[in-house]
Design a protein around this ligand. Structure first.
Ligand SMILES: [Zn+2]
Length: 300
């Protein structure tokens, strides 16, 4: 794991899920905490080698690859932990994620792994949007929902830590159907990124690299999702409608050459596919109904 300098105050630990780091005088702010204790330990070691402070952690959203290392950091350091509302609740009771992904039933053991459910952590401050002062640092928290319900990005010293509001194009094409819960909120968050001042120094997503011209990548994300929505609608219309969710998830995953290898993967991809279907319902292309005891989607 490498610590990459964006400006003399803004850095990130380059990792499959990046961690941000900002320092000013005696304040050191970590943005997200990595997947597990080993990632957290590497980040702490890199800070210790430089003698840099760690006084605050902000968790952008409660997905395990972003907060799984928080428990370890809290064990080793006395610092303040902040998170957006609702996401904070999941940090305190991480089983929520396995529960909601399994539609509220007691989740099977196969879903209770470190990729879905990190160790519980405490949250000292629940933050709303807007300006906050963390020690010597002034930051602006920007709501970026859609990927997660209350996700927030952090704007500090002209650098945006964008969390999972957009991802690198490589990541998009690798995952084929990236995780999100609400397509319209996701696209609105991406429009919000495009409307940010042009004199920002740039942005770094959690999955990707820092870019000055990050808006080009955001445009790429918007185009990707709009194209995927069109393709999914075309696929759905080719099915003999009405069709149930399980059948439509299979149709879309088969077409995208995604192989669902376990229940956890099924739950994640199911959520994203239903995210597209629900956007089609809101746009008036599909409607949802219960027919013969099956939840179906059909042409509106
Ligand atoms: Zn995420």
């Amino acid at each position: 794991m490498e610590l990459i300098e964006i400006t003399p105050s803004c850095f990130y630990f380059a990792n499959p899920t990046n961690l941000g780091y900002v320092r000013k005088e005696d304040t050191g702010l970590l943005i997200d905490a990595g997947l597990d204790a080993s990632i957290a330990n590497k980040a702490l070691r890199l800070l210790d080698e430089r003698g840099w402070p760690l006084t605050h952690v902000f968790i952008t959203h409660a997905h395990a690859d972003h907060y799984g290392g928080l428990h370890q950091i809290q064990k080793k350091r006395a610092m303040m932990t902040a998170a957006p509302a609702v996401e904070a609740d999941v940090l305190r009771y991480p089983k929520w994620e396995a529960l909601y992904l399994f539609q509220g039933n007691e989740p099977p053991q196969a879903m209770r792994n470190k990729f879905i459910e990190g160790k519980a952590a405490s949250v000292d401050v629940v933050c709303g949007e807007g300006r906050h002062r963390f020690g010597d640092l002034d930051v602006e928290l920007i709501p970026l929902p859609g990927h997660a319900d209350h996700q927030m990005g952090v704007l500090v010293d002209g650098v945006l830590y964008a969390a999972d509001s957009y991802v690198s194009l490589d990541y998009l094409f690798k995952h084929k159907i990236p995780f999100f819960t609400d397509l319209d909120k996701l696209l609105a968050s991406q429009e919000k990124l495009l409307s940010l001042a042009d004199d920002l120094l740039g942005a770094v997503p959690s999955h990707g690299v820092f870019e000055k011209e990050f808006k080009n990548t955001v445009w790429g994300n918007i185009a990707f999702h709009n194209k995927m929505l069109d393709e999914i609608l075309a696929l759905v219309e080719r099915e003999s409608l009405p069709a149930g969710i399980d059948r439509l998830v299979k149709t879309v995953c088969d077409a995208c050459e995604v192989e669902l290898s376990d229940v956890a993967m099924w739950a994640l991809y199911r959520t994203a596919v239903v995210g597209y279907l629900m956007a089609a319902v809101r746009r008036g292309h599909l409607e949802m109904a219960i027919e013969e005891n099956v939840l179906v989607f059909k042409k509106a």
